[in-house]
Structure formats: C-alpha cells, structure tokens
Design a protein around this ligand. Structure first.
Ligand SMILES: Nc1ncnc2c1ncn2[C@@H]1O[C@H](COP(=O)(O)OP(=O)(O)OP(=O)(O)O)[C@@H](O)[C@H]1O
Length: 241
C-alpha cells in the first residue's frame, strides 16, 4: 500500500514561490486507481513524486509502511515502483528485446519477450529486433513501454496518460491491455487519465485540481459527479476529440 502524508511541492518561479501540490493526503491500496482532473492541476507532478523523479518540499511517502521519501528513483524501482512517462524515453543502441529483458530482471527467451509485445497489441516479430530510437512512432514507443511495465510486474505500476499519442483504434486495444493487466496484476495500477473509458474500469478515482485532492472515492461515487460537472466534463471531452 502506498500512503502520501501531507505532501506539498513548491517551486521557485522568477517572481514568487509557486505551490504546485498542497497538503496531499492519500492512501492507494486498490488494484486500479485513476487520477484525473483539469490540465495543470498537479497530476503528473504527483506521479513523479511517487516515482522519486521530484522530491516533495514537505510530507512523507510510505510504501507498505516504509518511508521512501528520501529514496532515489532506482531505489524506489527496486522496492517495486514502475513508472511509464507521458512522453516515453528512447534508448538508442538498445533493441526492444534488450529493454524487455532488462525490465523483467532475468534472462528471458525471445518467445517470452514476444508474448509481452503481443499483450500490448504489437506484432512481436516486427518489433523484437528493432532499436528503440527515433524510427519508432510515439504510439509504438508507448506500447513498448507498457510491455516493459508488464514484464517488470512490480507491486505499483504508474502510467502517466497512457492514451496520449495513441490513435482511436489502438485506444480500444489499450483498454483491453489494462483490463487484462487488471486480471493478472499482483499489486496496484495507478493511472493518470482524462479518458472516461479508463475511469470506467477504475476501482477508485482521485481528482486533483489546483494542487489539491478535490474528490476521492469509489468509481461509483466519483464518476457520476465528475461527468455531471460541466468543467470536468468539458476537460474529458476535450481529450476525447
Ligand atoms: N518544475 C516546475 N517549475 C515550474 N512550474 C512547474 C514545475 N513542474 C510543474 N509545474 C507547473 O505545475 C502545474 C502542474 O503541472 P502537472 O504537469 O503536474 O499538471 P497535470 O495535472 O499533470 O497537467 P496535464 O493534465 O496538462 O498533464 C503546471 O502549472 C505546471 O506548469
């Protein structure tokens, strides 16, 4: 279980201090948790704080009761946190097979590596030997990153807007990927999304707006209110078109 205790994050702008996250208190223990909310609300910053990419100004992050606030990205990865970026990173010189093998943490066969690619809807034989460089499209890269996270199989997998840059056809497959992951995962999936169809498969929804938790609860509690609110609804619709 992940617990955020009184987390705040401040940056120094040229003119004044800017509070990006304010006193966030959250427990993440369900299998599938979605974080949503308006652009610029602080969702990605929160995910980066959990992964250790940025450090909170104050507050504590606990993973299964252990304080991980001072741990680096690598140390947190070893403790079982995986993070998929909104804009995935390219790894020149490494092949897709290399990356999936590294992610799994063991020497896996080509057919095992291929099975992870098939899970994210990529024709494995076309991709397994490809270098992870500029020749891959954004959508392909995104799916390879998701395959890596499935291969890692950690207790907390964080996805920052996995739908970004994915076409409508592939988006249907993506929903399927998350539904399959939900069945198999031995831990929690934390997903930042504006997509109603992703929110629709979440156990719990957290809304972050203006650096604060503006709503948190089961999907049944939060989603109807969210869809009923014109501001949130137009944000969701903007992302859907
Ligand atoms: N290092 C930083 N310096 C200054 N401002 C920052 C910094 N990091 C984040 N911000 C600002 O904090 C706010 C929250 O950013 P964040 O990326 O977390 O929002 P978000 O909810 O993920 O937005 P989106 O839905 O558009 O992806 C934004 O206004 C952003 O410009």
């Amino acid at each position: 279980m992940l617990e955020l205790k009184d987390i705040s994050f401040q940056v120094n702008d040229e003119t004044a201090d800017k509070e990006i996250l304010k006193n966030i208190n959250l427990k993440i223990e369900d299998r599938f948790v979605a974080i949503t909310g308006p652009n610029g609300g602080g969702k990605s910053t929160l995910a980066k704080l959990i992964a250790g990419i940025v450090t909170p100004t104050s507050g504590q992050i606990l993973l299964d009761g252990e304080d991980i606030t001072g741990l680096s990205i690598t140390e947190r990865a070893r403790k079982g946190i995986s993070f998929a970026f909104q804009q995935p990173v390219r790894f020149k010189g490494l092949t897709v097979k290399d990356l999936i093998t590294l992610a799994s943490g063991k020497d896996i066969s080509i057919s095992q590596a291929c099975s992870y690619l098939s899970e994210v809807g990529l024709c494995a034989k076309d991709y397994i030997g490809r270098e992870v460089n500029d020749s891959l499209s954004g959508g392909e890269l995104k799916r390879i990153e998701i395959a890596m996270i499935i291969a890692r199989g950690t207790k907390l997998s964080i996805f920052d807007e996995p739908e970004a840059g994915i076409d409508l056809w592939s988006f249907n497959n993506l929903i399927q990927v998350f539904e399959n992951m939900y069945q198999k995962i031995n831990g929690s999936i934390l997903i930042i999304s504006h997509q109603e169809r992703i929110l629709n498969i979440a156990d719990r929804i957290i809304v972050i707006a203006d650096g604060e938790v503006s709503a948190a609860g089961s999907r049944e509690e939060v989603l109807p209110k969210l869809l009923g609110s014109s501001e949130a609804c137009s944000t969701l619709m903007e992302k859907l078109v």
